[in-house]
Design a protein around this ligand. Structure first.
Ligand SMILES: Nc1nc2c(c(=O)[nH]1)N[C@H]1C(S)=C(S)[C@@H](COP(=O)(O)OP(=O)(O)OC[C@H]3O[C@@H](n4cnc5c(N)ncnc54)[C@H](O)[C@@H]3O)O[C@H]1N2
Ligand code: MOO
Length: 406
């Protein structure tokens, strides 16, 4: 029940919708194909030739005319030896064969390849040792996989190492991809020192920024990093500079109620309109999200490492994928493998270890950890399970959505 005068907090679903309403389009650019892994195609790719481009031999051995074999011939005169990349050598009489290599174009005058293992090679003759062969065996026929002009990858496809093979094969030295936003990651707080520094007993190392950078790297995005001390003017200046030079600012820390949490105020002073502040969830309740008049987006994640990490996967990555035009993947669901209870009226993101049953079901074992400051637990888990807000008891066997991070 809502208490009188208290505005209900933004739910996870509402936060999702508010963020998706800010999806951007940063245009397109051409990039060398070797640098395109992780990017999203902004054009359809077509085959410039049939795939394969010619009838391709798939075994080293000899090529014969099947008719000769059918008529009883077993000993063949070798008319020539043809390597991959060489023009075809044709036979011009019965009882001839071509010694031929994997990857070579199949000459017109022959139709069947017999591998060396089934042949005895003797000077200029080859004796076939087997009685069972199939006409047309050991060939990868021209156009069997795709035809010239076929679309081999559609606009919106994520470029993976597997697709690089296709891109290289069709001779695309550059591909048109969707531009990515320019992103800066900002940490704040005087308790934070650089990773290579030795913290005093009351300080810690600035780990969240590196985690965020690594999350982005997994999605092919390189971000800059900055740190701002707990000081109002420097906070304002630094964020102001970033608003002019980036499309997205990812902040970690300084958004809750702390006396030195200057960030919400600085954002307000810089006319970044607040769209979300506080989501009915754990971890990450103090999450702040807003947009400047120029369209720069600010995702300010709560500083506790698990809250920042979860916010990146739950809110920033889906926004990024939509903004770079990636076809959305189907959500993943898993079966909870143990009972779990969570009482607060917050949507809980439970850390889980994933596994499979012998029936092929994805399972999720709760490894809750010690709250949102326990980043060590993240390394032992694979995903967040998004438990519904309406319930407090979650039984083994129930199925919920998971957000994979490993
Ligand atoms: N009175 C209240 N206090 C707090 C509330 C609240 O609602 N009322 N919310 C709690 C929750 S939930 C969280 S999460 C944190 C978030 O606070 P901030 O976003 O202001 O973050 P900080 O206070 O700056 O830091 C929290 C924690 O995380 C560490 N931190 C921050 N940045 C980094 C970094 N880059 N690398 C590693 N660790 C970092 C920081 O040292 C703190 O330990 O607020 C609760 N409090
Ligand atoms: O969001 Mo906080 O992460 O619940 O501790």
């Amino acid at each position: 029940m809502e208490r009188a005068g208290v505005r209900p907090m933004t739910t996870v679903q509402q936060a999702d919708e508010l963020i998706q309403a800010q999806v951007r389009n940063y245009g397109t650019e051409r990039v060398p194909f070797e640098l395109a892994v992780g990017r999203v195609l902004a054009e359809d790719l077509t085959a410039d030739r049939d795939m394969p481009a010619f009838n391709r031999v798939t075994m080293d051995g000899i090529a014969i005319s099947y008719n000769d074999f059918k008529n009883g011939a077993r000993e063949f005169h070798i008319a020539g030896t043809q390597a991959a990349g060489e023009p075809p050598i044709d036979i011009d009489a019965n009882g001839q064969c071509v010694e031929i290599m994997t990857g070579a174009v199949m000459p017109q005058s022959v139709d069947t390849v017999i591998r060396y293992e089934d042949v005895e090679m003797n000077g200029s003759t080859a004796l076939i040792l087997v009685d069972q062969i199939e006409q047309g065996q050991n060939l990868h026929l021209r156009g069997r996989d795709r035809k010239q002009g076929d679309v081999v990858a559609t606009k919106g496809t994520l470029i993976t190492p597997a697709l690089i093979n296709t891109i290289a094969s069709v001779g695309k030295t550059e591909v048109l991809v969707n531009k990515q936003p320019r992103v800066v990651i900002i940490s704040s707080g005087d308790e934070l020192v650089e990773v290579n520094e030795t913290p005093s007993p009351w300080q810690i190392r600035r780990s969240n920024s590196y985690t965020l950078k690594a999350v982005l790297q997994q999605y092919g995005l390189t971000a800059d990093m900055r740190h701002i001390p707990d000081e109002p003017q420097q906070t304002r200046e630094s964020i102001g500079h970033c608003l002019e030079n980036y499309d997205v600012i990812l902040l970690s820390g300084g958004v809750s109620m702390g006396k030195f949490d200057y960030i919400p105020r600085a954002l307000e002073e810089l006319s970044v309109a607040k769209i979300i502040h506080k989501v009915q969830q754990r971890p990450g309740k103090p999450f702040w999200f807003g947009a400047s008049a120029d369209g720069v987006l600010v995702f300010a994640f709560p500083g506790n490492p698990v809250a920042t990490f979860m916010g990146a996967y739950r809110y920033f990555i889906p926004w990024l994928q939509a903004s770079v035009g990636m076809q959305t993947k189907q959500p993943v669901y898993a079966v909870l493998s143990e009972d779990f209870t969570f009482k607060p009226e917050l949507q809980y993101f439970l850390q889980v270890q994933l596994g499979y049953t012998t029936e092929g079901k994805l399972t999720a074992k709760p490894i809750a950890g010690n709250g949102s400051g326990d980043f060590a637990n993240l390394a032992d888990t694979d995903a967040f399970m998004e438990l519904p807000l309406e319930k407090t008891t979650f039984k083994a066997g129930e199925v919920y959505r998971v957000w994979l991070f490993k």
